[in-house]
Ligand binder design. Structure first.
Ligand code: ADP
Ligand code: MG
Length: 947
């Protein structure tokens, strides 16, 4: 790695170390050199001194030639190891003495020489002088070991110093170099980060105010200015980009617009084109191009003129127009009628305008054409339509003023015949049952044709397979040409020269009741508008006819209503009469009560009566019975009109027998005449509880059921009447009428009770079962119907059995002994009745107290109780002023609950109807009272009290 590339930190250290080592080295070298030079001079001086000393010491020896002395002097050299050799030359140059003595003479140099350093030794020459005379020369030779030692010592020292200096310098520069390298490195890192991230908002951190600090500052400033410029650049960039995309969008929009324009231009239903001065097509939309049958495409058309497509005279006409336009006169909304190659006519609304270039010069023309053929046709159609509408209006107005069918038809036929116009028109009525048509009206003008045809009023027309039959099924039928028709009726019309015809149905509530026939001599002469007109007209006619019918029906209904009103008034009168009769009945009952009682009593109690008296009395008794029967019938008459029933005990078994007798003619005689046999069976339950009801009504209901059963068995069968106690509800008794006849389906079974529901057509009224149902409801009973097709029907009536069984007159009398000596209280406002009752009952051995009003009765009863002479029973009238029988009964029961109360009433058994029997009454007896009934009632009440 070259020095340049090593990190700055290491560089700094290396520089430091190098400098310090160099300095030290130079210092050491200078110092050492100086020392060596000093030492060498010193050595020369030292050894020179020594040689002088030797010379001084050896003057004598030399002067006297004493060699040994001289040797001795030299011998002193041996203290110095560095002296390698020494000698003394005599003045001749001959070695006089030497050291070491064994040193060869050759070792020594010539006797004179110059002192100084030789290669590896130091030579000193010093003359021996005495008295100015030179006696010889001293020679010394020393080795340089002193020098070498010194060198060594210095080298070691220098090495030591340098080594330690390097160490110290290294340590110092290691710490100190950070002062310089850290800020630089920080800068470098910042620069790195910026270049990595391209983020010029990063700033270097400044450490100290030295040059690096300065550098950091200028670096940061540089960054700031770069950042600034960067931003500017970015903004410029962005606006540049926006501008580019804007331009692109604008280009797209332009392209789209152009496309749209072209498409619109092409899809326009109108013709648009541009022509040059020679009337040659330069440009046109698709519509224009396609329409010219000769050329299929835009390109084909360009360059051609109208002469290429239209007959010459037509093309010339167009050219003449265009020349005017080219001359500067625009052509606006000209209607042009063209005949196309296929023969169809086309109406075009054309506008042609001069086309100028930018300098205003006319260089061609722009044409614009609209196909208004359809509009024209529609206009014509509309006018026809309007005319027809007006006609329709007139006819409708005319017929709405008429209420009889014939004149409605006449108006219609007459008007359409004249105004549409028609060669033949007629209205036929349709009879669904016979599927035939009858002529109901023929137009005045059509009459000749009609006579030819043999069609006169009220002649029937057969309905053929085709047109007429479709029409009577509700369709409008148009035959454009009947000359070849295979069907009889159109053939007939064709024979008299008619060619096209329309049958329009007269429809009311989806039922066709007639046909409007319109015909013309011209084939294909009915437009669709006319057909539609005839359809609408037929609807109106049908409606008017329907209204006429409705009007008739309304008249009828009104008549019915009037009659019903009269019937109701009649009923009201009867009701009033009935109420009157009821009141009279009450009074008569009261009035004849004493007569009845006395007569009965006399006949019974007076044995000594003369036969004549007895005979008279018997007659009176019969007369009274007759009167009471008459009264009862009077009440019966009233009952039929009142809603409330007067229920009486009914013994169903007996009733059934009566019913069989009453209806015998229907189930036996009449069928037998037809050779049909109906077998009658009865199953009557013994000891059937008595039920409450109106005998005549129940009888009527049963007779109706028997009649229905007979009707259901046209081929004969078995008719069964049955009574029984209901198995699942013992408080009901049942009467069944069963047949083995045709039975009913489910729908009939569900609906048969509805009033007016019948399957017997004219023979039935549908009221029989409705009446049965009404009767059943009034008796709080119900009806069950079991039936299956072909299996027969069972009609079952369920009657409730009252909780208190009413024993009928004369029954079980023997079971009770008639008590005597009873204390009885009689309350009634009729003194005659009181008297007669008192007389007859007293003669029976009872003790009687009477009261002439309700309050009196109650007081008497209370007092007797207080006196401790209580009554055994109380007999009270029902209708009394102020306090009536009900009050008396309840007062008596509140004082003494066990005392029986017998209610006498002139209103008959009506009270016994459910819920109407006053709660505190034990028995109800009719007026006029019969002694027998009274006795029996008393016996029964007391008996039930004892038990
Ligand atoms: P009508 O006898 O006048 O038709 P009803 O009210 O008596 O009127 O009866 C209504 C209908 O109930 C009858 O038309 C018949 O269809 C049906 N119907 C009644 N009784 C019988 C029966 N015993 N068997 C079959 N169908 C019956
Ligand atoms: Mg019936």
């Amino acid at each position: 790695m070259s020095f340049k590339n090593i990190p700055i930190r290491k560089k700094l250290m290396a520089v430091n170390l190098l400098i310090s080592v160099t300095v030290l080295f130079l210092t050491c070298a200078a110092f050492t050199t100086y020392e060596i030079i000093t030492l060498r001079k010193g050595m020369v001086q030292g050894y020179t001194t020594r040689a002088q000393i030797i010379a001084a010491n050896s003057t004598a020896s030399l002067a006297f030639q004493n060699e040994s002395d001289a040797a001795d002097v030299l011998n002193a050299m041996k203290t110095d190891p560095r002296i390698m050799a020494a000698c003394i030359f005599d003045n001749t140059g001959k070695i006089f003495a030497k050291f070491p003595t064994n040193t060869p003479d050759s070792f020594f140099p010539a006797s004179s020489g110059k002192s100084g350093y030789q290669d590896d030794h130091l030579e000193i020459f010093c003359p021996v002088v005495q008295g100015g005379r030179t006696l010889g020369t001293v020679y010394l030779q020393s080795n340089l070991s002193a020098l070498t030692d010194l060198y060594r010592a210095y080298a070691g020292l220098a090495a030591m110093i340098i080594a330690s200096s390097i160490l110290v310098a290294y340590l110092l520069s290691r710490t100190l170099q950070k002062q310089i390298s850290v800020p630089i490195l920080a800068l470098a890192q910042t620069a790195q980060a910026i270049s990595n991230r391209r983020d010029f908002s990063i700033r270097a951190i400044k450490i100290g105010d030295d040059e690096t600090g300065l550098l950091t500052d200028s670096f940061n400033q540089l960054l700031a200015s770069i950042e600034e410029r960067d931003k500017v650049l970015q903004t410029v960039n962005e606006s540049l980009r926006a501008e580019i995309s804007e331009r692109k969008r604008a280009e797209d929009a332009l392209a789209r617009e152009r496309n749209l324009l072209r498409t619109m231009f092409d899809v326009l239903p109108d013709y648009i084109y541009l022509k040059d001065e020679q009337s040659r097509f330069v440009l046109c939309n698709n519509r224009r191009a396609e329409d010219n049958a000769t050329s299929a495409s835009v390109d084909n058309l360009v360059g051609k003129t109208d002469a290429d497509f239209f007959p010459p005279e037509e093309a010339a006409r167009f050219r003449a127009d265009e020349l005017k336009v080219l001359g500067g006169t625009p052509l606006i909304d000209k209607e042009e009628t063209l005949v196309r190659p296929d023969g169809t006519r086309q109406v075009i609304l054309t506008t042609k305008l001069p086309f100028r270039d930018s300098s205003g010069k006319i260089v061609g023309l722009v044409g614009y054409g609209r196909d208004i053929t359809e509009r024209k046709q529609a206009e014509t159609k509309l006018q026809a339509q309007l005319a027809r509408l007006e006609l329709l209006n007139r006819i409708t107005r005319a017929i709405s003023e008429r209420l009889d069918l014939r004149s409605i038809f006449q108006v219609v036929i007459g008007t359409v015949e004249e105004r549409l116009p028609l060669d033949f028109s007629s209205v036929c009525l349709y009879e669904q049952n016979t599927n035939s048509l009858t002529v109901a009206g023929i137009g005045v003008r059509s009459e000749t044709i009609a006579t030819e045809l043999g069609l006169t009023k009220d002649t029937p027309v057969d309905i053929d397979e085709n047109g007429l039959s479709r029409c009577v099924h509700g369709q409008l039928v148009y035959e454009p040409d009947i000359s070849d028709s295979k069907f009889p009726f159109p053939q007939r019309l064709a024979r008299v020269g008619l060619r096209s015809l329309v049958f329009a149905p007269l429809l009311v509530e989806s039922r066709v009741f007639g046909i409007l026939i319109s015909a013309r001599r011209q084939p294909h002469s009915f437009s669709s508008g006319e057909c539609e007109f005839l359809r609408q007209l037929s609807e109106h006619v049908a409606l008017a006819a329907h209204q006429a019918q409705l009007y008739d029906a309304l008249q009828e209904a009104y008549e019915d209503l009037r009659q019903t009103q009269q019937a109701v008034m009649q009923q009201e009168r009867l009701k009033a009469l009935g109420q009157m009769a009821s009141g009279i009945a009450h009074d008569i009952n009261n009035a004849i009560s004493p007569v009845a009682l006395y007569t009965e009593s006399l006949l019974e109690k007076e044995p000594g009566l003369s036969p004549r008296a007895r005979d008279y009395l018997t007659t009176i008794q019969h007369a009274i019975e007759d009167v009471s029967h008459t009264v009862a019938r009077m009440r019966e008459f009233y009952r039929q009109r009142e809603t409330q029933l007067t229920l009486a005990p009914v013994r169903l078994n007996e009733l059934v027998k009566q019913v069989i007798d009453l209806s015998r003619a229907r189930w036996s005689d009449m069928p037998q005449q037809r050779g049909v046999f109906i077998k009658m069976e009865t199953h009557l339950a013994p000891e059937l509880p008595v039920t409450l009801g109106v005998e005549s009504e129940i009888r009527e209901a049963l007779v109706n059921l028997v009649f229905n059963a007979v009707d259901a068995m046209p081929e004969g069968g078995t008719l069964t009447l049955r009574t029984k106690i209901s198995e699942n509800a013992p408080h009901f008794v049942q009467v069944e009428v069963s047949d083995t006849g045709v039975g009913m389906d489910e729908d009939t079974r569900r609906r048969c009770l509805e009033p007016f529901f019948t399957t017997k057509g004219e023979r039935g009224t549908g009221l029989g079962l409705a009446m049965v149902y009404g009767i059943v409801r009034r008796h709080s009973a119900d009806i069950e119907i079991e039936s299956a097709i072909g299996k027969g029907t069972t009609m079952r009536l369920n009657f409730p059995v009252p909780a208190t069984q009413i024993t009928e007159t004369g029954k079980s009398m023997a079971a009770f002994t008639v008590p005597t000596r009873l204390r009885l209280l009689i309350v009634d406002d009729d003194p005659l009745l009181i008297k007669s009752l008192r007389d007859t009952l007293e003669s029976d051995g009872h003790f009687i107290i009477t009261a002439s009003g309700g309050q009196d009765g109650i007081d008497a009863f209370r007092k007797a109780k207080e006196r401790n002479e209580p009554f055994t029973a109380v007999i009270t009238d029902l209708g009394m002023p102020y306090v009536d029988g009900r009050h008396v009964a309840s007062a008596v029961k509140s004082i003494s609950p066990s005392t029986p109360v017998i209610l006498l009433t002139g209103w008959g058994q009506r009270l016994v109807a459910e819920g109407d029997v006053p709660p505190h009454v034990d028995r109800v007896l009719n007026k006029p009272p019969k002694l027998r009934e009274l006795r029996e009632a008393l016996a029964q009440c007391l008996h039930s009290n004892e038990s």
